[in-house]
Ligand binder design. Structure first.
Ligand SMILES: C[S@@+](CC[C@H](N)C(=O)[O-])C[C@H]1O[C@@H](n2cnc3c(N)ncnc32)[C@H](O)[C@@H]1O
Length: 236
């Protein structure tokens, strides 16, 4: 995949997110991520396709793609600790630490598949999520794929209580502090549908996932296509 210094999207300097980055750096060696890659969704993708893993963590999903024979892989993440671990586990792969969110040093319409696994949950602000989806839109070729996996808002007592507890401080029901130093969000399925409004949904599936703190949760996955003609970034 070719990258270039063009980064047209204005964004948030990562230094503004110091506490989240410190948490994620520490998590690089202590947490395990588990959202499953449903490989049949990628059966028709050429093995040389340019695949970008946004919020790649320690390279788990890229490793799974590598095992499927894909060989044009690149991972981006805000956490230098995650990228350091990814590089040591996968020295032949290319990893980039993001400086300004969500700007990617990739030309417009240069990527065939973006993988976005368990990243929306790490971005508390709806506007920041929309900005990210707009940037992914920019780099995806017309007709290219976005594969999103994230966590669904749950209605059990524990989740209801914590979402209610933090709803006022974060201005959104579903965003909460985990108790070990970070802020996460779980979203209803219609939020993901509106986030992906500028894409054509090809398929969805539900999965059971273990969260990074070891709890069982419900994952929701979307396979979506960037429409063949360019269009506007989705808004609220
Ligand atoms: C729960 S982990 C998932 C990692 C990987 N996608 C996987 O499934 O194995 C979330 C990752 O997203 C990164 N991250 C969080 N917020 C981000 C943002 N705004 N932009 C880019 N990466 C972000 C974190 O550093 C972390 O590595």
């Amino acid at each position: 995949m070719t990258t270039s210094p063009e980064t047209p999207t204005e964004g948030i300097p990562v230094s503004d997110l110091e506490s989240q980055t410190a948490y994620l750096d520490a998590a690089a060696t202590t947490k395990r991520f588990t959202h499953p890659l449903h490989t049949p969704w990628l059966d028709n993708v050429k093995r040389g396709a340019a695949i970008l893993d946004y919020g790649c963590g320690y390279g788990r999903t890229l490793d799974a793609l590598d095992q499927q024979g894909f060989d044009n892989l690149c991972g981006f993440d805000t956490s230098p600790g995650m990228i350091a671990r990814a590089r040591s586990l996968h020295p032949a792969m290319r990893f980039v630490v993001l400086d300004t969110l969500p700007a990617l040093a990739c030309p417009d319409a240069s990527i065939d598949v973006v993988v976005l696994f368990a990243v929306v949950t790490c971005i508390p602000s709806d506007d920041a999520q929309l900005l990210l989806i707009g940037e992914l839109h920019r780099v995806l070729k017309p007709g290219a794929l976005l594969y999103l996996s994230d966590l669904l808002l749950r209605d059990d007592r524990r989740n209801r209580d914590r979402c209610a507890r933090f709803a006022e401080s974060y201005g959104t029901y579903g965003v909460f502090e985990t108790g070990d130093g970070t802020v996460c969000g779980h979203h209803p399925s219609d939020w993901f549908t509106s986030l992906l409004a500028g894409f054509e949904t090809i398929d969805t599936r539900r999965t059971t996932v273990t969260t990074m703190n070891g709890n069982t949760s419900t994952g929701l996955q979307f396979l979506a296509r960037n429409p063949a003609s360019r269009h506007q970034t989705p808004t609220h």
